[in-house]
Design a protein around this ligand. Structure first.
Ligand SMILES: [Zn+2]
Length: 155
C-alpha cells in the first residue's frame, strides 16, 4: 500500500482534476448535472473531500497517520480500529466508506444534539455534497491501494 504522503498526494491530484472537470461542466453547462452545481456546493464538496483525505482514511483501521491526526479525539475511532482488521472491510469499496460515514454521522449527530441544533435545519444539498466528497476521497484511497498492490505483484 502507498504510504500516507503518497495517498495524500494522489487524493489531492484527483481532487484538482475533478474540480477542474466539474467547474468546466458548470461553466459551460454541458451536462444536465450542471443545474445542481454551484460554487458553494463545489467548495463544500472539496472541503469534505480534503477533510476525509486527511482524517477519514480507510486506514483508520490501524494506528495510522489519519488515526493519529485526531489527537485526543482519536478515542472516537478506537472502536472502528478494533472492529476492522487492516485492509479488511474498511477497504471494501462499499462497506468501508459506509461504515466510516456512519461512524462520523453518529459523532456529528451527537454533537449537534448536544449543541441544540435541529438536524432538519441542515439543507439536504449540503449533506449530499459533504457525503459525496467524503465517499469519493475514500474510494480514491481504496483504488490507490489496489493499484499499488497489483503493481507490486507484477514487478
Ligand atoms: Zn489503505
Amino acid at each position: 500500500m502507498p504510504e500516507v504522503k503518497t495517498h495524500d498526494r494522489i487524493n489531492t491530484a484527483v481532487l484538482l482534476a475533478l474540480m477542474s472537470g466539474l467547474y468546466y461542466i458548470m461553466w459551460k453547462e454541458i451536462a444536465p448535472v450542471a443545474e445542481y452545481l454551484d460554487i458553494y456546493m463545489l467548495l463544500v464538496f472539496a472541503l469534505a473531500y480534503l477533510f476525509a483525505t486527511f482524517y477519514l482514511s480507510p486506514d483508520l483501521d490501524i494506528n495510522s497517520k489519519p488515526y493519529k491526526r485526531w489527537g485526543i479525539l482519536k478515542f472516537l475511532w478506537w472502536p472502528y480500529k478494533v472492529i476492522f482488521k487492516h485492509r479488511g472491510f474498511s477497504h471494501n469499496p462499499i462497506i468501508g466508506p459506509l461504515t466510516i460515514v456512519l461512524n462520523l454521522a453518529i459523532i456529528v449527530a451527537a454533537l449537534l444534539l448536544l449543541g441544540g441544533i435541529d438536524l432538519h435545519s441542515i439543507p439536504s444539498s449540503f449533506i449530499v455534497a459533504v457525503t459525496a466528497g467524503m465517499v469519493l476521497s475514500m474510494e480514491v484511497h481504496i483504488i490507490s491501494d489496489n493499484v499499488v498492490s497489483k503493481m507490486k505483484r507484477i514487478f
